[in-house]
Structure formats: structure tokens, C-alpha cells
Design a protein around this ligand. Structure first.
Ligand code: AMP
Length: 281
């Protein structure tokens, strides 16, 4: 496995891989790898000849008061995990390589970026779509792998790919969870022991809501109230949002019908966690 920092070096490798007919899979990440990331690598390896992972903590998707500086980074550990998982190349550009001083261009998907996480993280998705579009242009993958953990991100990226006629397939992989249900996240490393214990309420309340729907509950506001109340019973939790939307277009729903997304963001101390389930009736 090679670690490449320069865009020109990566492009040269990709050119030769493509010339020899290789199908390229791409897994974009911000590093501090866990089994969620590795599941994307596994999917890519199953479906492609050559797997590239990017590790780049993208400054443009962090707000001014967010955790860009303290976001966990450990390139030595990540390289080892990626190599063991069978990644062929890690692309780990510097900030200057991706955004030189003269940088001026941004990609923005409208409307669906203004709801859910977009409400409390203005500009976040503009940073995500910009970096992902740049990475797609650099890597030119046949398939790119994203986790359902970031449900809104997946919908926004799919929309960008469709709207801009990008020449690749976006593959969505299921959420990988800890033994107790907590969705794996690099940010879980911020949690104190008490916060970590409390955070299990996120997946628990989502699974309970799913069960309520299975048992016939269709009123979205009742389900939101149920989840919010469950979360409020634990220490540290401060709800950012709990929402139920159409799973495809992220429009709020009043009644559960068809495929819906139940999504939430909750702060435990300084750590903001997200989780979701998709339910189809
Ligand atoms: P990140 O490094 O957090 O930006 O995540 C990189 C990719 O891994 C994104 O497509 C995420 O959705 C995906 N991912 C993160 N956590 C998980 C998880 N627990 N299960 C599945 N995919 C995940």
C-alpha cells in the first residue's frame, strides 16, 4: 500500500491503472478509522480491482466554532488498518494541496442542505460537496462508497452526482455499530466514560421507535416526542434535533407512510453525535 500526498502523483497512478483496464473503487474519509470505514473498504474490494481511500480532515466542512483543530488524527494507525483491510492507496493530501491560497470554487446543493444537520451546521454541506467533487475529479472512480451513518450526506452527494452528471456510481453501505448499538464514529473518542454510557440511548430510542411503527404507530409527532423524551432521561444529552422525513427527499412527514428517515443529532457535552434509522411501511 502506498500513501500519496500529491494530486499529480495520484493522477499518474490512476492513469496507469485505468490504462490496464482496472475498475476503481473510492472510499473518502476523514481518517481515525474504525470498522465503519473498513466496511466501506470491504464493499469496494468486493466490487472493484483497485481501492483508493482518501484521508483528509476537510476544513471547509467545519464551522468556525466546530472541532476542526481537535478532530482526531492518527496516520500511523490509519495506515496499518487500511493496509490490513486491503486498501491499495491512501490519498492524504495537505490542506494546501487541496485548497491553495488562490482557491475560489464551491459546489452547493440547494434546499436539502438547509434541513436536519444543515440547520445547525450552516455551510457544512457546501464544504462536503466541494471536497467530494474535487476528490471525484482527482480519483475518477467507477464507484464511490459512503455510509448510511451520514444519511443526509448520502442524499446530498447522490443529488450532486445526478445534477452534475458525474460519471460514477454512489454506493451506500449500512451503519456499523458498537456492541451496544452506538453508531461507530471517530468522534466517539471524545466521549467521557459517562457520556459514552449515556450515548447508547440514541440507537436504543431509534430502534424502539422503529418497533412502535411496526406495531402500528403512524403519527410522526408522537414518535418524535417519544424519542425526545427517551433521550431526555439520560445525563449529558442535549438534543439538537429529532426529525422524521421522507427518506428520499428529506421533506418532513406528518404520517409514517412509505420509506421514512428518522434522524437525530444530540450533544453529549462538547460532542455532537448523529444517528438514524430508515423504516419502510
Ligand atoms: P468520516 O471519516 O466520518 O467522514 O466518514 C467517512 C465515511 O465513512 C462516510 O461515508 C461515513 O458515512 C462512513 N461512516 C462513518 N461511520 C460509519 C459507520 N458507523 N458505519 C458505516 N459507515 C460509516
Amino acid at each position: 500500500m502506498r500513501v500519496i500526498e500529491k494530486i499529480s502523483d495520484l493522477k499518474a497512478v490512476i492513469r496507469s491503472q485505468k490504462l490496464s483496464g482496472k475498475i476503481i473503487g473510492f472510499v473518502p474519509t476523514m481518517g481515525y478509522l474504525h470498522e465503519g470505514h473498513i466496511s466501506l473498504v470491504k464493499a469496494s474490494k468486493d466490487e472493484n480491482d483497485f481501492t483508493i481511500m482518501s484521508i483528509f480532515v476537510n476544513p471547509t466542512q467545519f464551522g468556525p466554532n466546530e472541532d476542526f483543530e481537535k478532530y482526531p488524527r492518527d496516520m500511523a494507525r490509519d495506515s496499518k488498518m487500511a493496509e490490513e483491510a486491503g486498501v491499495d492507496i491512501i490519498f492524504a493530501p495537505t490542506r494546501e494541496e487541496m485548497y491553495p491560497d488562490s482557491y475560489k470554487t464551491y459546489i452547493e446543493v440547494e434546499d436539502i442542505t438547509g434541513v436536519l444537520c444543515g440547520k445547525t451546521r450552516p455551510g457544512h454541506f457546501k464544504g462536503v460537496t466541494t471536497v467530494v467533487a474535487k476528490l471525484f475529479n482527482i480519483v475518477e472512480p467507477d464507484k464511490a462508497y459512503f455510509g448510511q451513518k451520514d444519511a443526509q450526506q448520502v442524499i446530498v452527494i447522490k443529488k450532486m452526482v445526478r445534477d452534475l452528471n458525474m460519471n460514477l456510481e454512489v454506493v451506500i453501505c449500512p451503519i456499523i455499530r458498537e456492541y451496544d448499538g452506538l453508531a461507530m464514529s471517530s468522534r466517539n473518542s471524545y466521549l467521557s466514560t459517562g457520556e459514552r454510557k449515556a450515548a447508547v440511548i440514541l440507537s436504543k430510542s431509534l430502534f424502539e421507535a422503529k418497533e412502535l411503527i411496526k406495531n402500528g404507530e403512524r403519527d410522526a409527532s408522537k414518535l418524535i416526542k417519544y424519542i425526545s423524551e427517551r433521550i431526555s432521561t439520560v445525563d449529558f444529552a442535549e438534543i439538537d434535533y429529532v426529525e422524521i422525513t421522507d427518506a428520499e427527499n428529506l421533506e418532513e412527514v406528518e404520517m409514517i407512510n412509505g420509506k421514512v428517515l428518522i434522524a437525530l443529532a444530540v450533544r453529549f457535552g462538547k460532542t455532537r453525535l448523529i444517528d438514524n434509522v430508515v423504516v419502510e411501511v
